[in-house]
Write a protein that binds this ligand. Sequence first.
Ligand SMILES: [Ca+2]
Ligand SMILES: [Ca+2]
Length: 292
Amino acid sequence: MESSNDAKTFGFFNLPSASAPLPYSEGFEMQSFPPNGCTLLNPDNDETWKKVLYSPIGGFGNSSSCLYYPGVNNPIILEKDYFMLPPLDFSTVAQPALSFDLAYNTGGWGSSQTLEVLVSSDCGNSWTTVYNKSDSALITSSQAINVFEDFVPEAYEWRKEVVDVSAFTGQNEVLVQFKITNGYSSYLFIDNIHISQNTFSVSDAFTNNSIKVFPNPANELVQLSVESDQSQSTTITIYNSTGSMVNKNAYTLQTGKQTIQLNTEALAAGIYLIELKKENRQSSTAKLSVAH
Ligand SMILES: [Ca+2]
Ligand SMILES: [Ca+2]
């Protein structure tokens, strides 16, 4: 949660009235900054998020520009700066996930930036922290840099971060902001912000609750191996790669391990997401590939 002071500050911004649909992608390759619909919140009007222009720096070395925070140019410890995406419509996507490319090295400063991602579905009145890293959890580069050098990430010094934001599915005006708490450390780079139906290894977010899928890819039939802590009615929904529902069935889970068989004959070849949703419980998901 943000303090009330931060929330009030948002009153000074005119956010676009219509939410942009998912998928949302920002690669910071356009001239304008902040990108269309994005907002910078820079409470002290001093250093803030910027776009890399002086050198070709992009996620995994695949593009020439990205977002960065010049911590080393900002001696004001604990100063907070925000980069906010345009309001987004999460209502059409079953399992939205946020991903972004990150590169960070403390640059020999012995202190660390803190990067958070905050999400609001009530026009910025309240914020939920969905990502919070600093120090070794944030660092992506181990190259030794002294304080007189700038950190310029090599292609292999980027890491893709994947954040489960499925708690906000169904919301039609979702605000997402990247918040830096300055630690007077080296540059931090972000590129390729992407929000869409989760096509990553979603089981990462549900490791205690995972579904095993076999064979995968499936042809006519697929078996789901699941374990349930109780006998409970469940909905099994299959979504295609654009997040549209293609199949939905009710099922009663037994206590313990069991195998559920689904017919995949009628599904076109492609990637799908299977979601098991127990009543009033968090859902579990697994990626399914179909090939005929
Ligand atoms: Ca880029
Ligand atoms: Ca600032």
